[in-house]
Design a protein around this ligand. Structure first.
Ligand code: CDP
Length: 226
């Protein structure tokens, strides 16, 4: 069967990674969580006290950052320079800084280069903020996910509870608002729906309903491109 690129974009905690992961599994595609890449960069910047005002510091840091993904117990896991950082990159310290780091063009150029390489052979589901607009503007299928703010907060609270992290609901609300604002107003690659993306509001959709809708869309696209 012909392989395509599936780009999934949307605001924080609207279920992008959940959908992308399930689609990748269903079609036996690679799954790339581009947000995890910006989170891993941010962790490195924090650990090495990289000065975000100094372009040369940022460039040096980027040269020393190697991000890989591996499956551990069936879970897609992020590695930074060979170390499993999946837990750390989801913590509040990284969450509070990541949008500032992701707004830096030098950082974005470096990440986009890696992301495009991952799509060379197609058969990829990638989720993020600029996948359908910048990384893969020619992706055969683009999905833009939304959900109302309260629902997104609820999902993030549950997700962090499952990971054993105790972060207050208020802190999560502030973090999502802060990131939504920076991500959608930055100059370089702001979060926006691509003109040819399919919009899915999943506020009242179950995971399996959303998955079935996306599978149907993909099957149709694959059929149409023959
Ligand atoms: O998990 P959540 O949906 O909250 O966010 P994420 O996908 O892990 O992304 C973390 C942050 O990385 C976002 O808030 C953006 O600032 C940045 N990001 C980006 O700028 N471009 C992407 N393609 C993916 C993430």
């Amino acid at each position: 069967m012909k392989k395509i690129i599936i780009a999934i974009d949307g605001y924080s905690s609207c279920g992008k990674s959940t959908l992308a992961r399930s689609l990748a599994q269903h079609f036996n595609y690679a799954f790339i969580d581009s947000g995890a890449m910006y989170r891993a960069c941010t962790l490195y910047f924090l650990e090495h006290q990289v000065n975000l005002q100094l372009e040369s510091d940022i460039e040096n840091a980027l040269e020393n950052i190697h991000i890989t993904f591996n499956r551990i117990d069936g879970v897609n896991t992020t590695f930074l320079n060979g170390k499993n950082v999946e837990g750390e990159i989801r913590g509040i310290a990284v969450s509070n800084k990541v949008s500032e780091v992701a707004a830096i063009s030098t950082v974005r150029r470096s990440m986009v280069k890696i992301q495009r390489k991952a799509g060379l052979d197609k058969g990829v589901v990638m989720d993020g903020r600029d996948i359908g607009t910048v990384v893969f503007p020619d992706a055969e299928l683009k999905i833009f996910l939304t959900a109302n703010f309260g629902e997104r907060v609820k999902r993030r609270v549950l997700q962090l509870q499952k990971q054993g992290k105790s972060i207050s609901q208020n802190e999560i609300e502030q973090n999502l608002k802060h990131r939504d604002h920076i991500d959608s107003t930055r100059k370089d690659s702001p979060l926006k729906q691509a003109h040819d993306a399919v919009l899915i509001d999943n506020t009242n959709l179950r995971e399996n309903e959303q998955l079935a809708m996306a599978i149907a869309l993909i099957e149709e696209r694959i059929k149409n491109i023959g």
